[in-house]
Write a protein that binds this ligand. Structure first.
Ligand SMILES: Cc1cc2nc3c(=O)[nH]c(=O)nc-3n(C[C@H](O)[C@H](O)[C@H](O)COP(=O)(O)OP(=O)(O)OC[C@H]3O[C@@H](n4cnc5c(N)ncnc54)[C@H](O)[C@@H]3O)c2cc1C
Ligand code: SF4
Length: 483
């Protein structure tokens, strides 16, 4: 076995790791040694585009798939992520609403789930910083308090949004997004093509187009193709990170790297699995894995729906917060500017498509487990909560009222949920003590005090808002407060 010593070892290169690394490098000395272990490789934006055009790179067949990386006991619930440089920033859609202040206090206010150990005010400046780094486009007026303007102007609302905003004001806003409204850094302006999993013009923020330079810093050594399996600990201190060459399964050929401090940013499935493999005995480690749930409604309207300048044009907050959260889940509405037409002559654009995304309360019976195979986490997921179903019932009952500003002809509500919202959350939750959580408010493990567990795994409760801006802000906060 090799043995080397680093000041910091970072696992993964997604949002959680990269924003942490950015702040760490800003604050630490010139001569520190940082090792980054990434299980995948650089699968570049150019290669992803070429692959879509049928010209796959030579290494395509070696790429790991998210299905093969886990043992999913409930395949009706897919868990989707990208295990390559930049993680799921490669395929995300770059919707970046903030959480609302009350999302941090769901138990105190509504008796549901767990409060966060931090308040909105404690994270606000880090939201601003993350938005500046990602070049977020967004409006001046938002339902959440904001101390700084978005760095890019908001996307243009569609004709439908304008009618909704006329009634709902700050509760119907141009969606805050990492899909650039104007050229920003290496990125082009978004042209509303609605294929954001691989953006043809590189308009959305990715780690590759925004933060790859961090990994070229002389203090940083990035090693690809290393799957971290476990941590070696002694007297409640993490001493070393143990990994194996990705794609091999000969456990006699592991490699060990020693570090003063370790930061896991491997996502909510793998963070939990690495901890479980390392002898973390907190019964909450791995417990609570969840996603939000969402459904679509399409509608025929007696007006042309045109003009929005991005894939999703707006967020609606009318069903987001209120005393109803004591009984039923909060809902964030998205206006999907999908390239659809209505199949009736003269009415091609007289339609609209909205998505309704619901918050979730983590359930400890939904778990990541360590099975016999050290390399693959087992995911046991029984389903979403009845709280979400109650939220859907509430919103469906109010559908006509919600869309009363529009000349609605007919509404078609999906009677099923989308199988994924693509958000993997809450398996290593943060809280005030090891009795109610695994990590503290700085995302430091309660037991292993030189170990940061970053990312959405730490979310104590799951609001209806997309999580990655919050994941990034939490990483900036954590590194800023501890180095
Ligand atoms: C199709 C899609 C659309 C999405 N759209 C949005 C959106 O619009 N808005 C939003 O907020 N979120 C969105 N998300 C979710 C978002 O991508 C995730 O919340 C975010 O990527 C999580 O960041 P992370 O850094 O914690 O984890 P990841 O992005 O999953 O990164 C984890 C990193 O760790 C590496 N890794 C994993 N295991 C190991 C290991 N054992 N050893 C070494 N390295 C390891 C991975 O290769 C990767 O580099 C979307 C996701 C998908 C899939
Ligand atoms: S809508 Fe089109 S241009 Fe805009 S980010 Fe998505 S894929 Fe890129």
């Amino acid at each position: 076995m090799d043995s080397k010593k680093y000041d910091l070892i970072v696992v993964g290169t997604g949002f959680a790791s990269s924003f942490f690394l950015k702040k760490y490098l800003e604050k630490c000395k010139e001569n520190v040694k940082v090792l980054v272990l990434e299980r995948g490789r650089l699968y570049s934006h150019m290669d992803r585009l070429a692959s879509l055009r049928g010209k796959s790179p030579s290494y395509q067949s070696d790429l790991e798939s998210h299905e093969n990386a886990v043992i999913n006991k409930n395949p009706s619930k897919p868990w989707v992520f990208d295990v390559n440089f930049g993680g799921s920033s490669n395929c995300w859609w770059a919707c970046t609403p903030r959480l609302m202040p009350n999302d941090f206090q769901v138990n105190s206010l509504y008796g549901k789930g767990q409060d966060w150990p931090i308040s909105y005010n404690e994270i606000e400046s880090y939201y601003c910083e993350a938005e500046d780094i990602m070049g977020i486009s967004g409006p001046d007026v938002t339902p959440f308090p904001k101390s700084k303007k978005y760095p890019l102007p908001s996307h243009i609302l569609s004709t439908v949004d304008k009618k909704m905003q006329a009634k709902y004001g700050q509760n119907w806003i141009s969606q805050p997004t990492g899909r650039a409204s104007a050229a920003f850094g290496k990125r082009n302006a978004c042209c509303s093509s609605y294929t954001c999993s691989v953006c043809p013009v590189d308009a959305k923020f990715t780690i590759e187009n925004g933060l790859k330079y961090l990994y070229e810093d002389p203090r940083v050594e990035l090693v690809y193709g290393k799957q971290v399996i476990k941590l070696e600990t002694e007297n409640n201190i993490v001493k070393a990170v143990v990994c194996i060459a990705t794609g091999t399964n000969d456990l006699s050929k592991t490699q060990k790297f020693e570090g003063e401090v370790v930061a896991l940013g491997a996502n909510a499935i793998f963070n939990a699995h690495i901890l479980l493999n390392s002898g973390d005995s907190n019964p909450l480690t791995g417990a609570g894995i969840c996603d939000q749930r969402g459904f679509f409604a399409n509608m025929n309207i007696d007006m042309d729906n045109v003009g929005g300048s991005s894939a999703l044009t707006a967020n609606g907050y009318m069903q987001y917060d209120g005393d109803f959260r004591k009984e039923s889940a909060s809902c964030l509405i998205e206006n999907h500017n999908a390239p659809m037409i209505r199949n009736e002559k003269g009415k091609w654009r007289k339609l609209a498509r909205f998505k309704f995304v619901f918050e979730e309360i983590p359930n400890n019976d939904n778990r990541i487990k360590a099975g016999e195979n050290l390399l693959k986490p087992v995911i046991e997921y029984g389903g979403h909560s009845s709280y979400i179903d109650a939220g859907k019932k509430r919103v469906v009952a109010k559908m006509n009222e919600i869309f009363s500003p529009l000349p609605v002809e007919e509404i078609f509500v999906d009677d099923y949920y989308q199988d994924t919202e693509f958000h993997v959350l809450s398996s290593v939750r943060m809280g005030t003590s090891k009795e109610n959580s695994v990590v503290d408010k700085s995302m430091i493990h309660h037991q292993f005090r030189n170990l940061f567990v970053l990312g959405g795994s730490a979310f104590p409760s799951v609001s209806a808002s997309n999580p990655s801006l919050t994941i990034s802000a939490l990483s900036l906060k954590s590194a800023n407060e501890n180095f």
